[in-house]
Unconditional design. Structure first.
Length: 334
């Protein structure tokens, strides 16, 4: 069984581990939907699963019930698989206050959230790895089961640039804006770009500390370089580069327009429901908030709390489902 996964460890499976690994492999290959590996703390369950992953050679999703455990597993697996793509996918909120309404005091509490930019980058790195390679391990919290848009839309809006390819500079700028990259005139930050004549600097959403410099000669890409986004110093020259969307909630124009229509339709249904029950204050709050979001979506393509509308952008009804290891033949994050 060929595998691109390579474990780097001075240890080999011992005791009950070889038998457990063999049985788990047989279960996966025979199509067992669920298998459960039990063991006391310190018995080597993580090492057993690492050997299972290495021998099966399949992209793997590991779901932990909180960020702390996910971070621990991520660190352990990154150490065991230094040559492979081990990624971290958890909720990107440092702080989250859901919107709420208290009818008895007519108190409305607006939604407030603070996004961790570093974790958001790790989420983008996770999804891009799944598109680009097979030797991927995603360590996630349960937030991964919530909708983040459709993979076909995310990948469909990917921009591939190659040295020598024909593309108008202004067309590239429009494509970047369409996938929620912000144009800046000074400092580059993640999911942003700046323009100086025939030179376009882009800081891809999944990059940590490198940006891209695309130099044009007319309507042709003359060169592509990786640069330091702060100093602007060239790090190396590349012949090909991928720029993924700046948000997981992007959608092509037709899907975007349809999503807005569906949100309006659902809003009308909910407003009628509240009106019938005499809940006029609740109706007013919902109408104001949703219409504000719709205006931002129509003009900017994005709004705060866009994840609340993810099922409309993905086209799927969606339903969130709410430490032991569950071994399944399923190999996709989506």
């Amino acid at each position: 069984m060929k595998s691109d996964f390579k474990i780097k460890s001075p240890f080999e499976p011992t005791g009950d581990q070889p038998a457990a690994i063999k049985e788990l492999i047989q279960g996966v290959l025979s199509g067992e939907k669920y298998q459960v590996l039990l063991g006391v703390t310190g018995s080597g369950k993580t090492f057993t699963i690492a050997n299972l992953i290495a021998r099966l050679g399949r992209p793997t999703l590991i779901v932990a019930h909180n960020k702390t455990l996910a971070a621990q597993l991520y660190g352990e697996l990154k150490e065991l698989f230094p040559e492979n793509s081990v990624r971290y996918f958890v909720s990107y909120y440092d702080y989250y206050q859901p919107e709420a309404y208290i009818p008895s005091t007519d108190t409305y509490i607006e939604k407030d959230a603070q996004v961790n930019e570093h974790i958001d980058r790790l989420r983008h790195a996770s999804t891009t790895s799944l598109f680009e390679r097979r030797d991927v391990i995603i360590v996630a919290s349960v937030s991964c089961i919530y909708g983040i848009g459709a993979p076909v839309h995310y990948y469909g809006l990917l921009t591939i640039l190659e040295e020598g390819m024909e593309i108008e500079r202004d067309k590239l700028l429009q494509k970047l804006s369409d996938v929620q990259y912000e144009r800046t005139g000074v400092e580059l930050h993640r999911s942003s770009f700046r323009v100086k004549g025939d030179i376009v600097d882009v800081f891809p959403s999944h990059h940590d500390n490198t940006a891209l410099r695309i130099e044009f000669f007319g309507d042709r890409v003359d060169s592509i370089k990786e640069i330091d986004p702060i100093r602007g110093k060239t790090l190396r020259t590349v012949t090909k580069a991928a720029i993924y969307p700046g948000s997981h909630y992007v959608a092509p124009k037709y899907r975007h327009e349809k999503a807005i229509d569906n949100i309006k339709r659902e809003l009308a249904e909910r407003l009628a429901f509240l009106e019938e029950r005499g809940m006029r204050v609740e109706k007013q709050r919902l109408e104001e908030k949703t219409n504000f979001d719709l205006e931002l979506l129509a003009n900017m393509g994005f709004c705060s709390g866009i994840e609340n509308y993810s099922r409309h952008f993905s086209g799927c009804p969606g339903s969130p489902h709410g430490r032991c290891w569950i071994i399944s033949p399923t190999t996709s994050l989506w």
